[in-house]
Design a protein. Sequence first.
Length: 62
Amino acid sequence: MTTASLFQWVELKHNIPNSPVKAGDRGVVLDHLRPTKTQQEPGYILEIFKDSETLDVVSVPI
């Protein structure tokens, strides 16, 4: 598993439930999330862009 650096561009491989974000959308890594008692997997907070506008800010597992 490769981890992304802060402010690195990434492409989503899956749709995000309850969000307009879809597989193939691109975003920037804003933060790394460590595992917690309620969220067992590490993850990222991403700002997703579409047509140079922010589409959504989402948290996703790595």
